[in-house]
Ligand binder design. Structure first.
Ligand SMILES: Cc1cc2nc3c(=O)[nH]c(=O)nc-3n(C[C@H](O)[C@H](O)[C@H](O)COP(=O)(O)O)c2cc1C
Length: 370
C-alpha cells in the first residue's frame, strides 16, 4: 500500500491533500475528501467577501449550514463543527486554508484565532481537525499561534526562497506549488518539474516535509511526486471537478471540457492567475498585457499601483459564474484541466489515483531496475 511520512504526521490513509480553493466553499468537498482518506481542506476565502461579493458569502453560508446573519467567527465555528460531525465516524482528517497575504492579514487573524478557539472548546475535534494551511503570504510570525495550539502547520510557496522562509518560520509541511497550478500563480513562476526537487533538496529533513502542487491529478503524477522526493501531492483542479465539489456546475464542466492548452495566465485578484481559456479570459489576458504587463515580466504591482479596471473585470466575471452566465464567466483551473475528462465521486477518484500510483511504482522497479 502506498504510504509516506505525510500519512504518519497527520493520520490520513493516503498521501494526498485536497487543495483549499475559493471563491466557492469547500464545505462538502472537504468532507468527501477527508472521508476518502486524504486531507480535506476547507476554504475560507469566501468568508472574506461579505461586503464586496455578497453572493459569494451567501453560497458559502448555505453550504456551511450557517445563517446569513452570522458574523465571520460564528460562520467559521458552524462550518468547523459541521465538518467534524460529518467526518468523525470515518476518522476523516481535515484542515482549514487561510490566505495570509498582507491585504488579508486582519481577516486571517480572525479566522485562525477562531479556529484555535473552536478546537479548544471542542477537544474531541483534535482527532480530526489537525491542520492549519496558510497560503498567499509570508509565513513568518504565525508559528506561535498555530504551533502553540498544537496544529500541524502547512504553507504553500512558489520558490526555493519561499521554502527557506517557511523553514525559518517553523512550518511542518512545505507545499511547493508549480506554475501548472490553478488560480493564483507566482510573479516569477517555476514549474513543478524544477521547483519540487529543488525545494526538496533545500528544505526536506527529518522534521520538515515537502508536498508537490501544480499539475498533480492522477496516479502517474502522484508517483512522480514521490520520484521527485516529495512526501505527497496536493491536487486542486482534480478535486474541483468531482460530484461533491461545491463549485458551480459551469465551472466544473469547464474543467472537464478544457482540452489541449486549455488554460492561460492573466491578472488575478492578488497577482497572476491561471484561468480556463475562453473568450472572456482571452480578453482579460489582452487587457492584462496592456494594463499590468508585470504579470508577464515578473514585475509585481499591487492595489496601490494597479489599474483597478482589471480587478473590476475579474469581480464582474466571478459574479457571472454565480449567475450561471458562461459567456461572461472567468473560471480558474490548472493545466491539469487538459488531463481531466470526468467528474467522478471523490472516493472512487481517490481509489483510482492510489491504485494507479501503486501499480506504477511497482512497475517502475520491475521495468527499470535489473
Ligand atoms: C479554482 C481554484 C481556486 C483556488 N483557490 C485557492 C485558495 O483560495 N487558496 C489557496 O491557497 N490556493 C488556492 N488555489 C490553488 C490550489 O490550492 C492548489 O495549490 C493548486 O490548484 C494546485 O494545482 P492544480 O490545480 O494543478 O492541482 C486554487 C486553485 C483553483 C484551481
Amino acid at each position: 500500500m502506498i504510504k509516506s511520512r505525510l500519512c504518519e504526521m497527520i493520520g490520513t490513509k493516503y498521501p494526498i491533500i485536497q487543495a483549499g480553493m475559493g471563491p466557492f466553499s469547500n464545505n462538502n468537498l472537504a468532507v468527501a475528501a477527508a472521508n476518502a482518506g486524504v486531507l480535506g481542506l476547507l476554504s475560507t476565502s469566501g468568508l472574506t467577501s461579505r461586503d464586496q461579493q455578497p453572493f459569494v458569502y451567501d453560497a458559502f453560508i448555505k453550504s456551511a449550514e450557517a445563517s446569513p446573519d452570522d458574523d465571520m467567527p460564528t460562520a467559521i465555528k458552524k462550518v468547523l463543527k459541521r465538518t467534524h460531525r460529518l467526518t468523525k465516524d470515518k476518522g476523516g482528517i481535515f484542515g482549514i486554508n487561510v490566505m495570509v497575504a498582507a491585504e488579508m492579514a486582519a481577516e486571517a487573524k480572525i479566522i485562525i484565532d477562531t479556529a484555535i478557539r473552536v478546537r479548544e472548546e471542542n477537544p474531541e475535534m483534535k482527532k480530526n481537525f489537525k491542520v492549519i494551511f496558510t497560503s498567499a503570504g509570508d509565513p513568518v510570525g504565525w508559528k506561535d499561534k498555530i504551533k502553540g495550539a498544537g496544529f500541524t502547520w502547512m504553507h504553500v510557496v512558489p520558490s526555493v526562497k519561499g521554502a527557506l522562509r517557511c523553514k525559518k518560520a517553523g512550518v511542518d509541511v512545505i507545499v511547493a506549488s508549480g506554475h501548472e497550478g490553478g488560480f493564483h500563480t507566482s510573479w516569477e513562476p517555476v514549474h513543478s518539474m524544477i521547483l519540487l526537487p529543488a525545494v526538496v533538496e533545500n528544505v526536506s529533513d527529518e522534521k520538515t516535509l515537502v508536498v508537490g502542487a501544480g499539475g498533480f491529478c492522477d496516479g502517474k503524477t502522484l508517483a512522480a511526486a514521490f520520484v521527485l522526493g516529495a512526501d505527497g501531492a496536493q491536487m486542486g483542479t482534480r478535486f474541483l471537478a468531482t460530484e461533491e465539489s461545491d463549485f458551480h456546475q459551469i465551472w466544473k464542466e469547464a474543467v472537464v471540457a478544457a482540452g489541449d492548452r486549455g488554460t492561460l495566465v492573466a491578472r488575478g485578484f492578488v497577482g497572476p492567475a491561471r484561468w480556463i481559456k475562453n473568450a472572456r479570459s482571452e480578453e482579460h489576458a489582452k487587457n492584462t498585457l496592456k494594463k499590468s504587463p508585470g504579470v508577464f515580466l515578473g514585475v509585481p504591482d499591487d492595489f496601490t499601483t494597479i489599474d483597478m479596471s482589471l480587478i473590476q473585470f475579474e469581480l464582474d466575471s466571478i459574479k457571472a459564474v454565480y449567475e450561471g452566465n458562461k459567456e461572461k464567466a472567468l473560471m480558474a483551473a490548472g493545466e491539469a484541466a487538459q488531463r481531466i475528462n470526468n467528474m467522478p465521486k471523490v472516493n472512487d477518484m481517490v481509489q483510482t489515483i492510489v491504485k494507479e500510483a501503486e501499480d506504477i511504482l511497482r512497475g517502475i522497479q520491475k521495468k527499470h531496475l535489473s
